[in-house]
Design a protein around this ligand. Structure first.
Ligand code: SAH
Length: 247
């Protein structure tokens, strides 16, 4: 899968993409990340990418000409490549959306700066506006890194074992159970007995229970959409969860 990133800071992506599973996937060619320097599409001596807003007010707005040229050049005639603009007003990035995006061979990401970009670029070229949360960043670049990581790890082969993504929080519609590793006793706290029992059925039951408990406590709204078994409902009922099983 290939991510094109239109940005005024192409070097921003150098170091973060060298590490961990995403770094490895880029080295092996499973993922490709191509920053596109927006300033290369400017025509004036100062390589201007922003200007004052019509109507006045604070801040600057990214001008449309270099953006349109950068998008058209990056698409290179392949009209079906989706163009995503990072924006606090966009659709929220979720596991479900990351999974949908991971099915594309190529994606173009546009990183805004200042107050954002000229609306006519949104209307003409942008297929989806996307937000990574209800807060404001100073630019779309950190959001692009978040998207590349979240989407990239869903590409088959990027993670060590196929099932480590399928068990993660949200993939099952629930938050993931807690984890323990060595040592068995740490600062007077013991690893739960069941995890060292060797009884895989019991371990799976314990993990499912913990996952349900955590989801009910922290993100109860996720239970409305999660795929739950009759046993899950039994557990949840004991924990005080009230909802009609048939719903
Ligand atoms: N004036 C805008 C904020 C601009 S912030 C507003 O109030 O909505 C500058 C750029 O950072 C944006 O164009 C966008 O690309 C990026 N950005 C800021 N917050 C973001 C978020 N929560 N998710 C994704 N991108 C964000």
């Amino acid at each position: 899968m290939k991510f094109h990133i239109i940005t005024i800071f192409p070097e921003y992506f150098d170091s973060p993409l060298k590490h961990g599973v995403i770094g490895k996937a880029i080295s092996s060619g499973l993922l490709q990340v191509q920053p596109v320097d927006l300033r290369a599409f400017t025509t004036d001596r100062h390589r201007t990418t922003d200007d004052r807003p019509y109507g006045g007010g604070a801040g600057m707005v990214m001008i449309p000409e270099p953006l349109s040229k950068a998008i058209i050049t990056t698409k290179a005639g392949k009209e079906d490549i989706p163009v995503i603009l990072f924006s606090p007003s966009g659709r929220l990035l979720t596991h479900k959306l990351a999974t949908e995006l991971s099915k594309h061979d190529e994606i173009i990401l546009i990183c805004g700066r200042y107050e954002g970009i000229d609306q006519r670029i949104v209307e003409r070229f942008v297929d989806m506006e996307l937000s990574i949360g209800d807060f404001v960043l100073s630019g779309g670049e950190p959001a692009a890194l978040v998207l590349i990581d979240a989407v990239g790890r869903l590409i088959p082969g990027v993670l060590g074992s196929e099932d480590s993504a399928s068990n993660d929080s949200f993939a099952t519609g629930l938050l993931e159970h807690p984890h323990y590793t060595r040592p068995r006793s740490f600062m007077g706290m013991e690893v739960p007995e069941v995890l060292v029992s060797g009884d895989h059925k019991k371990i799976e039951e314990w993990r499912r229970r913990k996952s349900l408990e955590l989801t009910l406590k922290r993100r109860p709204e996720l239970l409305d959409k999660a795929e739950l078994t009759p046993q899950d409902y039994q557990i949840l009922k004991k924990l005080g969860f009230k909802r009609d099983e048939q719903k």
